[in-house]
Design a protein. Structure first.
Length: 315
């Protein structure tokens, strides 16, 4: 999992020059998107058309995939993102941006490396991925994106127009089976901002089936959301700087880093803390690291590297 809160990219993305840019042929600024105006849930976005994409993000979350023809990792990640988008049946729009052909968008998103995937919720950017990631992680972050979108009142479904091709029309129907009751209960709780109830529901699901990987992942995600919802980034960083061995202060910043997509920073902070603490005080830090490893996924190279360092510090 990466972040996901609109504040996480504040200052890192500047879409002001594109916000009111008219679409090709339009006489003025982008207008609200009318029902049926979207031909497909996967579209190509350009410097000129991006104003319309921003407007659509007030109805459904928009996933922006910044790619280039020469980018090998893009060719691994983009088909996965498109597949997951189509399975959601109009609850998400995927906007594909060729950075070579659209330099203003590349500059606006400050895309220093690609693939870079950013979401838009009501016009506000939130981070998703930088670099290729496995399908399991893509699905986890898309699920979290929908949760955060719901918390911000963005809960629409796109009325895909008749001009979409047959395959797209067929794939617009959700193909995933219904959520188990406790998962549905947790999701509903997240949508209304009741993280404590969501945690309880996921814990019940794990009590019934300890091997329920979706419940385990959901529990870790909602615990993180619960921890960061009332944190102020500047205050947390100041407290951590003032108390380098203050475990809770370091936990707070690590959580905010992870929620903002700065995975290596979060792991590095906690591993440095672990190395500096006396042995009797290390257990909570190790437990938090293991929890965060589970959020990102055991196969992720950042987890592998951090786990190796933790092992070297243990032994």
């Amino acid at each position: 999992m990466t972040d996901i809160s609109p504040a996480a990219l504040r200052g890192a993305v500047d879409l002001s020059s594109l916000r009111n840019r008219p679409a090709p042929g339009a006489p003025g600024a982008a207008a609200p998107v009318p029902a049926g105006a979207v031909a497909d849930v996967v579209v190509d976005a350009t410097d000129e058309s991006f104003g319309q994409i921003l407007e659509i993000s007030r109805t459904v979350p928009v996933v922006v995939d910044l790619w280039a023809e020469w980018c090998g990792p893009c060719k691994q990640l983009s088909p996965i993102i498109e597949k997951v988008t189509r399975e959601l049946g109009g609850r998400v729009l995927l906007a594909k941006v060729d950075v070579d052909a659209n330099p203003q968008l590349a500059q606006g998103f400050r895309a220093q490396s690609i693939p870079m995937v950013v979401a838009l919720i009501a016009g506000q950017p939130v981070p998703m991925f930088t670099g290729a990631v496995p399908e399991e992680q893509v699905r986890e972050v898309f699920a979290q994106l929908l949760q955060v979108a719901a918390q911000n009142g963005v809960t629409g479904t796109l009325p895909v127009g008749d001009s979409a091709d047959g395959d797209a029309g067929e794939s617009a129907e959700p193909i995933e089976p219904p959520m188990p009751p406790l998962h549905a209960e947790a999701f509903a709780a997240i949508e209304r901002g009741d993280y404590a109830a969501a945690i309880t529901a996921y814990e019940k699901a794990l009590a019934e089936n300890p091997r329920d990987e979706d419940a385990s992942a959901g529990l870790g995600q909602v615990r993180l959301l619960d921890r960061v919802q009332n944190l102020d980034l500047q205050q947390a960083r100041a407290a951590a700087a003032a108390g380098p061995l203050d475990v809770q202060a370091q936990f707070d910043v690590a959580d905010l880093d992870l929620a903002g997509g700065h995975v290596d920073d979060a792991f590095g902070r906690l591993l440095d803390l672990f190395a500096q603490l006396p042995s009797p005080e290390r257990a909570p830090v190790r437990e938090r690291l293991v929890e965060l490893f589970g959020l990102i996924g055991a196969a992720d190279p950042r987890v592998v590297s951090a786990r190796n360092r933790l092992s070297s510090l243990l032994f």
